[in-house]
Design a protein around this ligand. Structure first.
Ligand code: MN
Length: 145
């Protein structure tokens, strides 16, 4: 069921483990990548329905990776949600500039994580667009561990 597949690009093992656990609780299929290059390859190969993207990654960062995704006709339709550290001031604005469709701040809040993810799996397309716009305007979803 590729319909429910989420790709997580994150190099921090604790964050990866938590994101995977939560996504599995939410019955999503999870693909993982520890760096941007691998993540982009997996996105092209598996066509996930959503990508969660860490900003600070070894090698290419999440901002550059998202620009590449959004310029690639084969994967640019996939929403990309940034996983940003709350402490990184200005990451939210950079994230929006890089073409992210939304973002979650770390540490991950287990209570709102799946709720935010589920907004990208709304069946009705117009509703999804509205949610995306809302994400863009609200810009910040605070996540507390
Ligand atoms: Mn990182």
């Amino acid at each position: 069921m590729a319909d429910e597949m989420v790709l997580v690009i994150e190099d921090n093992e604790l964050n990866m483990k938590l994101a995977k656990s939560l996504l599995q609780i939410g019955k999503y299929r999870v693909l993982d990548a520890r760096d941007a290059e691998t993540g982009i390859e997996k996105a092209r190969e598996h066509q996930p329905k959503l990508i969660l993207m860490d900003i600070q990654l070894p090698g290419m960062d999440g901002l550059s990776a998202t620009r590449i995704i959004k310029e690639d006709p084969t994967i640019k339709h996939i929403p990309v949600v940034a996983l940003t550290s709350y402490a990184m001031q200005g990451d939210d604005q950079k994230a929006i500039g890089a073409g992210f469709d939304g973002y979650l701040t770390k540490p991950i809040d287990t209570r709102v994580f799946l709720k935010t993810i589920s907004q990208f799996f709304v069946k009705d397309q117009s509703e999804t667009q509205t949610q995306k716009r809302k994400m863009r305007h609200k810009a910040r979803v605070l996540i507390v561990d």
